[in-house]
Design a protein around this ligand. Structure first.
Ligand code: RP5
Length: 156
C-alpha cells in the first residue's frame, strides 16, 4: 500500500497535509516529494519512472497552470489523482481546469480545489480493490461519518 504524493512547490504543502495524515491513519505508506513540471522537468520524470513499479496510486498537487498531474500521468500506467491548489488571480479555477481537461488518452482523476481528503480517500478506494484491509477501514470511516451526522445536535 504505497502512495506517492508529488506537489509542484513547498507552498502547496498546507493544502496537501490532510491527505498525508489521512493516508497514514489508514496505514498507507506515503512518499511526499516536491517536484515541478516546469522548474524540474527532468527530475520529475526520473522520479516517476523510478518509483512507478512500487507505487499503487500517485496524488499530484499543483496550482496555477497545473501541468504536473498530466506530466506524471504521461510517465506511468498507475492511476494519477490531481489535486488543484488555490493560488493566484483565479484562486484554483485555472489549476482545476488544467487538471480535469486532459486531452483524450491520458486521464487524470480530479478532485475539487483543495480537496486533499477526497484525493486521499479516492486513492484508498482504488487500493481497496487490491488490499481487503483497506475496504474494511473504509467501511468503518463511512460509519463514523454517518454517526457524526446522526448524532449532531443543533442548538437553536
Ligand atoms: C505551481 O505554482 C505550484 O504547484 C504552486 O501551487 C504554484 C506557485 O508556486 P510557488 O511560486 O509558490 O513556488 O507550480
Amino acid at each position: 500500500m504505497f502512495v506517492s504524493i508529488i506537489m509542484g512547490s513547498t507552498s502547496d504543502f498546507d493544502v496537501v497535509r490532510p491527505a498525508v495524515l489521512l493516508l497514514k491513519e489508514f496505514g498507507v505508506e506515503v512518499d511526499v516529494k516536491v517536484l515541478s513540471a516546469h522548474r524540474t522537468p527532468k527530475e520529475l520524470v526520473d522520479y516517476v519512472e523510478s518509483v512507478s513499479d512500487k507505487v499503487d496510486v500517485f496524488i499530484t498537487a499543483a496550482g496555477l497552470a497545473a501541468a504536473l498531474p498530466g506530466v506524471v500521468a504521461a510517465h506511468t500506467l498507475k492511476p494519477v489523482i490531481g489535486l488543484p491548489v488555490k493560488a493566484g488571480a483565479l484562486q484554483g479555477v485555472d489549476a482545476l481546469l488544467s487538471i480535469v481537461q486532459m486531452p483524450p488518452g491520458v486521464p487524470v482523476a480530479t478532485v475539487g480545489i483543495g480537496r486533499a481528503k477526497n484525493a486521499a480517500l479516492l486513492a484508498i478506494e482504488i487500493m481497496a480493490l487490491k488490499y481487503p484491509e483497506l475496504e474494511e477501514k473504509l467501511r468503518e470511516y463511512r460509519q463514523s461519518q454517518r454517526e457524526k451526522v446522526l448524532n449532531a445536535e443543533v442548538n437553536l
